[in-house]
Ligand binder design. Structure first.
Ligand SMILES: [Zn+2]
Length: 199
C-alpha cells in the first residue's frame, strides 16, 4: 500500500490517500482535487474519518459525486456530526457542510475492517479532542487525526473536548507506537515511531 499526504487549504489539515493493488481509501478528506490527483485511475472504495471536525471532512461530498459507491467509516458521534453543521463546526464558516451520502458504517474500539488484498484496518477509540475521535492502524501506518500530533499538545478546548480523556487517549496511542510505526497525524508532518520512542 502506498500512502500520500496532502496538506489542505483549510487549516492545513492532512488528508491521506492510500492506494493498494485492488482499491484505494482516503483518510479525512479535505481538498478533493488533490485526492483525485493521487488516486489517478484507482477506484476510491472507502473513506475513514478520524473525527468529524469540518477541516477533516469537507471534501466528502466532492468525493461522493465522483465515487457514489463509496463507504464512509466513522464513529457513532462522528456520524452524527457528519450531518450536523453545528456539531462539525462548519456553521461558523462561510460554507456550512452537511454530508449528502448515506453509506456510512459506524466503527468502535476493536473493530477490524477488511480492505481485501491482505489489508486490514484496526480501529481505536481515542476521545478527548472530540468525543468521537478514532485512530486507525493499517500495516505500519497509524492515522491519529487530531488525537495525537507529535510535538503539539492535543486541543481539548473546543466544544466536546475533554482534557482527562485526551490524556488517557495519548497514553493509549503511545502504547501502540512501535519503532516501525509511521504516525500520520491530522496536522503536521508524518513521523517515524523510532523518533518518538527514542526521545
Ligand atoms: Zn479537530
Amino acid at each position: 500500500m502506498k500512502v500520500f499526504q496532502s496538506v489542505n487549504s483549510l487549516f492545513a489539515s492532512n488528508t491521506y490517500v492510500c492506494v493498494g493493488r485492488t482499491g484505494a481509501w482516503v483518510i479525512d478528506p479535505g481538498d478533493a482535487e488533490e485526492c483525485f490527483a493521487f488516486l489517478g485511475e484507482s477506484i476510491l472504495s472507502g473513506v475513514f474519518v478520524t473525527h468529524s471536525h469540518f477541516d477533516h471532512i469537507y471534501g466528502l461530498n466532492s468525493l461522493l459525486e465522483q465515487f457514489p459507491e463509496l463507504v464512509v467509516y466513522v464513529s457513532a458521534y462522528g456520524k452524527e456530526a457528519l450531518y450536523s453543521d453545528r456539531l462539525n463546526f462548519s456553521m461558523y464558516h462561510e460554507s456550512p457542510f452537511v454530508f449528502k451520502g448515506e453509506n456510512v458504517v459506524v466503527l468502535k474500539e476493536g473493530d477490524k475492517v477488511d480492505l481485501g488484498d491482505g489489508l486490514g484496518v484496526e480501529v481505536f477509540e481515542t476521545p478527548g479532542h472530540d468525543p468521537g475521535c478514532l485512530c486507525y492502524k493499517v500495516e505500519n501506518y497509524f492515522f491519529t487525526g487530531d488525537s495525537f500530533i507529535p510535538g503539539v499538545p492535543t486541543v481539548t478546548k473546543l466544544r466536546g473536548g475533554d482534557k482527562k480523556a485526551s490524556k488517557a487517549s495519548l497514553e493509549k496511542i503511545m502504547g501502540l507506537v512501535t519503532r516501525e510505526t509511521i504516525v500520520c497525524p491530522g496536522h503536521g508532518e508524518m513521523v517515524n515511531g523510532y523518533m518518538l520512542l527514542d526521545l
